[in-house]
Design a protein around this ligand. Structure first.
Ligand SMILES: [Zn+2]
Length: 467
């Protein structure tokens, strides 16, 4: 007796890719997509999901998360268990987090520490960007080895002097090395010395409210660092990836560099598309929710970012999910206690669960085509980060990471009902015109109608291909 050709058939949905859409059945065998098209009557024994009237997309890839991240002797609110389950509820099936060695420690030690944090706890598939603060010969040799082991991207910071900041020599040496080893440098582009100076001066003047957070990280600080990063990539003759780009001016620097022939890639995040700097005008505790870096920008920048997403000058939407509790709790870093000194508020916001729905809302409102939605949430990051065609695209042979979106059932975002382990949601009360109905990771049902069906910790470490 031969086994049936499919274990699972997602029937009759509108399957969307970055290139088009069509009504089709998706046949899954084991962990992979086996066929797309009119597959006829499902074989006996196959599980059938009726997706008529639904949108079927590849599982989301969030290329920028911070789970179980150390902060002030403790950690972020979400670890790999809670963060990854929340990701699944939001239609994300793959994340790339940041392995961060202590300063002076071998990169490998950092990677091993982060693999231990995720192993057996992470419920989505995962990879790591390797954080680098120095580029001594030994670190460069480690880069080569890590690329061979599937850790192909390296995060460097132009911000946070004395903690994470890399100087121009370090950045250039890392960039030059990627020319040989096939890695890609990802950049936090804000001028750290300028920010530090502005923060010190603000505090000395007594300007300590959260409303001074964005004023000490102005757009020029981001635009300068973005331009410098692009030029260093130009000097090295390699591609570079700009993380969490927030402003029209920084995007303009990216465009200019591209016109000179520099391969600059860039992402933005939903918070820069949906939230604005007026959030800092509220009372201190409310404003503390939105203290993240780079900060939210005034209305207007978001329009440039939407245009960038539509036209392709921005390739990826990721979250920079970095959750801290708002209200004080024992031995946890919290946001509210810093309301009288913005420089003490832990930077970051939760978003791993809401990214796909917020971007879907843009499709419903005509701001983004369905194809661009698939591109920026899944196919784009898969291609840029060495996961394509296994991830980010529904086609035979790909991992059966499948999300079924119900375009008619609304979903209201609230902290009371979200699955992230944090006591507020930056999008509280926002109603999305659509909801996540089912989520499969490598063919296994993980979420159905707001219920978690997976076995926690089923996610696997992904070895990524060189760029
Ligand atoms: Zn980040």
């Amino acid at each position: 007796m031969t086994s049936p050709p499919y274990d699972l058939v997602v029937r009759g949905g509108t399957v969307a890719t970055a290139a088009g859409r069509f009504v089709a059945d998706v046949g899954v065998r084991g962990e992979r997509v086996a066929a797309l098209g009119d597959l006829g009557a499902p074989p006996a024994g196959a599980k059938v999901v009726d997706a008529r009237g639904m949108i079927v997309v590849p599982g989301g890839i969030d290329a920028h998360t911070h789970l179980d991240m150390p902060f002030g002797g403790s950690t972020t609110a979400d670890d790999f268990a809670t963060g990854s389950e929340a990701a699944l509820f939001g239609g994300t099936t793959t994340i790339i987090d940041f392995a961060t060695p202590r300063r002076g420690e071998p990169l490998r030690k950092g990677l091993e520490a982060w693999r231990r944090k995720a192993e057996g706890r992470c419920s989505v598939d995962y990879g790591f960007h390797m954080v680098m603060t120095g580029a001594a010969d030994k670190a460069l040799r480690e880069m080569d080895q890590l690329v061979r082991e599937g850790v192909t991207t390296f995060k460097l910071f132009m911000a946070y002097p004395d903690r994470l900041m890399a100087d121009d020599r370090t950045i250039l040496r890392a960039l030059l090395r990627t020319k040989e080893n096939g890695g890609l440098v990802c950049m936090h582009a804000e001028n750290g010395w300028a920010v530090e100076t502005l923060v010190r001066e603000a505090l000395a003047r007594g300007d300590t409210q959260p409303s001074f957070h964005p004023l000490t990280r102005p757009v020029a600080v981001e635009a300068e660092a973005t331009a410098r990063a692009c030029m260093l990539a130009e000097v090295a003759g390699v591609p570079i990836y700009i993380m969490h780009l927030t402003s029209a001016r920084a995007l303009e620097e990216v465009r200019r560099a591209r016109e000179r022939g520099v391969a600059v890639l860039a992402e933005t995040c939903p918070q820069y598309l949906y939230l604005h700097a007026d959030r800092y005008d509220g009372p201190g505790a409310e404003a503390a929710k939105f203290v993240l870096s780079p900060p939210l920008r005034p209305k207007g920048d978001d329009e440039a970012l939407w245009r960038g997403l539509r036209e392709g000058s921005l390739q990826v939407v990721s979250t920079d999910h970095c959750s801290f509790f708002l209200k004080p709790r024992p031995s946890r870093p919290c946001k509210e206690p810093g309301r009288r000194d913005f420089s003490r508020i832990p930077n970051g916001a939760p978003g791993i669960e809401t990214r796909m729905l917020l971007m879907w809302d843009a499709v419903q409102k005509g701001r983004l085509s369905l194809e661009r939605f698939v591109e920026v949430t899944a196919t784009g990051p898969a291609r840029l980060f060495g996961l394509f065609p296994r991830k980010g695209h529904l086609s035979p042979g790909a991992d059966a990471d499948i999300v079924v979106i119900d375009p008619r059932k609304p979903h209201t975002i609230t902290a009371a009902q979200h699955h992230m382990s944090v006591d507020y949601n930056p999008y509280e009360g926002k109603t999305i015109h659509g909801s996540i109905r089912e989520v499969f990771l490598r063919g296994r049902p993980m979420v159905r109608h707001e219920r978690f069906l997976g076995r926690p910790g089923e996610g696997r470490f992904l070895r990524r291909a060189p760029i």
